[in-house]
Design a binder for this molecule. Structure first.
Ligand code: NAP
Ligand code: ZN
Ligand code: ZN
Length: 347
């Protein structure tokens, strides 16, 4: 066992604070990673505050992990000591169900083992990337290119793949008018990918102040959703909407913006459910769908695509001790566009 420094929430009502625990020894198929940067996802807030229920405390959040391999097990085939490596939202799965066999471990029938706020196969709680070191089976570890700034790569492990995967699944490209709802961590990656795939991209935001940023990120248009006239003028305009909103909101407000046969994919997970009106769906044969992160194979494909096309997240690097303030700013939609913890600040 190796001692690790971390930041943890001791309960849903307490701020995160320094915490120490021990990581398992490196097994034959494991890699040990010295963590360099860890992104801060809104899911960290939902779970640290138990907004989805069933949270396990103490909780060390963090599932956007990039670091360098310090040790490998005897049977490790695909990684070497000294190499950069990444870990995303899960660290294991059943490996035998149809989803796992189809490289879609995130939809594992018995449930993937989450990087934190989960339980490993021995029943021990998993602890995430707000920590100095992690041990992961090589099958659930990603290769990271040396060519990109790694603090900007860390958010690709969740925000990146969560937006890349649905855009790919629905074959979004040149012919599509796409709206990205919510310009936060996920949203800004959605804009970069959709623009990179050739779509005509509009950002739908509650924050007028993000207009210039949206255009700089690659969007072609920007609209403020709190203006009823604007929303009315956008009715029926989009083929595809990627909804990344973290707070409770009405799906119907956005469904009406879909054209005939349009699809809205929900990736944001607010603590309260919204209802989709039947008329909003049937009147233009619209679809409402959801998408959860991405499998290991597709995550690697996304990372390779980013390395090839020079795509990284726009980040604000913080110290671990600034995490509670970062959460408060995210709740005010005030992040440009992903907080990333410099794990040096934990050493
Ligand atoms: P984030 O960085 O905090 O961004 C969320 C954005 O939503 C805000 O920046 C804001 O953008 C918009 N927003 C906030 N409150 C709103 C409201 N009341 N009405 C409309 N828009 C509002 O969060 P994130 O890390 O991108 O995560 C977004 C959501 O996705 C979270 O619920 C998270 O748990 C979930 N998630 C899901 C998956 C998955 O696999 N499906 C993976 C990761 C995260 P504007 O300022 O532009 O309005
Ligand atoms: Zn996440
Ligand atoms: Zn499975």
């Amino acid at each position: 066992m190796t001692p690790v420094n971390a930041y943890a929430a001791q309960s849903a009502a307490t701020p995160l604070a320094p915490f120490n625990f021990e990581r398992r020894d490196v097994g034959v198929n494991d890699v040990q990673i010295e963590i360099l940067y860890c992104g801060v996802c809104h899911s960290d807030i939902h779970q640290a505050r138990n907004e989805w229920g069933g949270s396990i405390f103490p909780m060390v959040p963090g599932h956007e992990i990039v670091g360098r391999i310090t040790q490998i097990g005897n049977d490790v085939k695909n990684f070497t000591v000294g190499e950069l490596a990444g870990v995303g939202c899960f660290v294991d799965s059943c490996r035998v169900c149809p989803s796992c066999l189809a490289n879609q471990e995130q939809y594992c029938d018995t449930g993937m083992i989450a990087t934190y706020n989960g339980r490993d196969k021995e029943g021990n709680p998993t602890y995430g990337g707000y920590s100095t070191q992690i041990v992961v089976d090589e099958k659930y570890t990603l290769h990271i290119a040396e060519s990109l700034p790694i603090e900007g790569v860390a958010p690709l492990l969740c925000a990146g793949i969560t937006t890349y995967s649905p855009l790919r699944y629905w074959n979004i490209g040149k012919k599509h008018k796409v709206a990205i709802v919510g310009l936060g961590g996920l949203g800004h990656m959605g804009v970069k990918f959709a623009a990179s795939f050739g779509a005509d991209v509009t950002v739908l935001s509650t924050s007028k102040s993000k207009e210039q940023d949206a255009l700089n990120l690659g969007a072609h248009r920007f609209a403020v959703t709190t203006n009823p006239e604007t929303m009315k003028s956008l009715q029926g305009k989009f083929d595809f909407i990627l909804n990344t909103v973290s707070a409770p909101h009405e799906y119907n407000d956005y469904l009406n913006l879909l054209a005939l046969n349009g699809t809205m994919v929900v990736v944001g997970v607010p603590s309260q459910t919204s209802v989709a009106g039947a008329f909003n769906l049937i009147s233009k044969r619209r679809s409402l769908a959801g998408s959860l992160i991405g499998g290991i194979k597709e995550t690697q494909e996304m990372l390779d695509y980013c390395a090839e096309h020079n795509i990284v997240s726009d980040v604000e690097v913080i110290k671990a001790s600034e995490i509670n303030e970062a959460y408060e700013r995210m709740l005010k939609a005030d992040v440009r566009y992903r907080f990333v913890i410099d794990i040096d600040s934990l050493k």
